[in-house]
Ligand binder design. Structure first.
Ligand code: UDP
Length: 236
């Protein structure tokens, strides 16, 4: 499958059409942004790491009954995926309070939540991805009731599979962001990425941050943290 025209360039990836209309190619970049694009930088090697980590975790999810857009890895930073229409929601799954939740509710980062929390944000950069609830989603027609139920069920299942798997690698899954897409036949599948850009990964023992918070908060050791995640998950 060959790339044809570039359809879209986002903050972390480019998406290309291919010679087959049912497939796209995603190409991961080393560019890093935070705070809705206000902070910009480069994380050397990030594109390859995020591509490989995403595909590894999506493969694991497929094996556990969660359908994804993954078809196959084409090169260190490029992957063939099913063409989907992205559902304009960011699904945030939280196990431990951190980031915006810790701030909003006045919780200390690292506070264990009594149960898993799901949040939905409307995917719109101009509006800063505002948080919305089920009523907004149904009223705006961003998903049907059945789709929303499926997306919520998949998100909780993904949390379970990933939390267990990552714990084996000495990583605590604090929170993460998911995006779903709809194939031409209406099937809901997991799309986008699952990487240190979109998850909070803490070392299970030391609680050292191994994710994009190192970039957001100028903690240093950004590249090393991404490499460490690749090493723990893919053994290299
Ligand atoms: N997240 C993301 N993209 C976004 C917003 C959040 O990937 O546009 C991820 C983020 O990396 C974290 C989780 O979702 O793992 C929860 O993020 P939070 O709401 O705490 O926002 P932040 O503190 O990142 O602004």
């Amino acid at each position: 499958m060959e790339k044809t025209v570039q359809l879209y360039e986002g903050k972390a990836k480019k998406v290309f059409a291919t010679t087959d209309p049912a497939y796209y190619i995603v190409d991961y970049k080393d560019d890093a942004t935070a705070f809705n694009g206000l902070k910009k930088g480069t994380i050397q090697g990030k594109g390859e790491i995020n591509n490989r980590v995403t595909n590894h975790l999506m493969g694991l999810l497929e094996k556990n009954g969660v359908p994804t857009h993954l078809v196959r890895e084409l090169s260190p930073r490029e992957t063939l995926v099913k063409k989907v229409a992205i559902v304009p929601l960011e699904v945030i799954v939280r196990n431990i309070a951190a980031g915006s939740l810790a701030k909003r509710l006045g919780l200390e980062e690292g506070t264990k939540l009594g149960r898993t929390v799901l949040e939905f944000c409307y995917k719109n950069d101009e509006l800063g991805d505002p948080m919305v609830n089920d009523y907004h989603i149904l009223a705006m027609g961003w998903a049907t009731e059945a789709e929303l139920k499926l997306i919520s069920d998949y998100s909780l299942k993904i949390n379970q599979v990933l939390s267990d798997y990552l714990a084996e690698a000495g990583i605590e899954l604090i929170d993460f962001k998911l995006e779903f897409g709809k194939t031409d036949d209406g099937t809901i599948v997991l799309a986008d990425e699952i990487s240190p850009d979109t998850c909070r990964f803490w070392d299970i023992k030391t609680h050292e941050k191994l994710d994009k918070d190192r970039f957001r908060r100028d903690l240093g050791g950004v590249e090393d943290a991404y490499k460490e995640i690749l090493r723990r998950l893919l053994g290299e």
